[in-house]
Structure formats: structure tokens, C-alpha cells
Write a protein that binds this ligand. Sequence first.
Ligand code: S3P
Length: 176
Amino acid sequence: MVLVGFMGSGKSTLARRLGRRLGLPAIDLDAEVEAWAAASIPTLFSDFGEPVFRSLEAAVVQSVTHGPAAVVATGGGVLGRPASRSALRASGFVVYLSAPIDVLADRVAEGKGRPMVIPGEDRLAKMRQLLAERDAVYRAAADLEVDTSAGTVAGAAALVAERYRRACVEWERGHG
Ligand code: S3P
């Protein structure tokens, strides 16, 4: 299963919760990129630039989508590369975690360093513009959309797990 969505949509938190619930490993693509590069994402952006980060991210997507079943939390910009988009789409059930822009902006303000949203810039305007570009792409890739601004993480996990199980049963029926 693959979780896509904007920064602050709750992908990593939900992936851990779903992993426990479904008995699958939870993989965080950002953490994998950092481990492969032995550098933090802010350092990769500042020392090498976004294109190098995106190439590493695309390589990690290929590796993870060829590996064993897992719940994969992606970075918010991962679907920008067509090869990553099709690999993630082909790897199974894709969930778009959405939330209103003001909720995302509040969560990102509190969170880890995110170089796509530079401190001092008009953060909300930048996020609004990025989300406007990406929203349709997330939606087109997804089997299911869940608004993470309403309800609890446990509630979202229960809903996604149920829909995932149903999709697995339907897939078995179609291929059995
Ligand atoms: C990015 C989102 C980040 C991380 C990188 C770029 C983006 O991941 O991959 O800073 O382009 O939206 P999160 O969505 O987990 O914050």
C-alpha cells in the first residue's frame, strides 16, 4: 500500500499505524533517501539541489516497489516524476491523504525542516501554489482519498485497512 499527499497530510504517522494493524513493515521514503545518501533532506537540497534529491527519491521508489509488501509513506513531491508515478501506481493500493491548506500549513509549521517551504518566504502562498499543482495528480493516482483533518489517526487507519482488505479480496476474485 502506498500513501501519497501533501507535506503535513499525516502519511508517516498513518503508515506506522497501518503497518502495525496489517502486520506489514512501514517504510518512509524520505527516511530511505536520507539513509541511502547519508545526508538529511535539507542538506541534500542545499548542497546538491532539488533535481539530485528527486533522482535519489526516484531510485528509492524503484527499489521499494520491487521489494516485499509494505505500507509506504511517500514524500509530497514524489509523483512529479512519471516513472515514480507509474511504479507506485502499479505496486498496489494507493491512498491520497488530503486536508485543507490551513491545516497542512499549521502542521508543516510545527514539523521537521522542509526545504520546499523556505522559512521567511510567504509559506502559505507557496504551499497553496504547490497544492494547486499537485492535488489533481494525487487524486488521479489514488484508489481512495481520506481527509485527515477530520477524525483521529486510529479512525483513518481503520477506514483505510478496511478498504484495503476489500480491494485485496476483489483483486483475488478477479485473478483467482
Ligand atoms: C517534499 C516533501 C517532503 C520531502 C521533501 C520534498 C515535497 O516529504 O520529500 O522535503 O516536494 O513536497 P513530506 O511530504 O513527508 O513532508
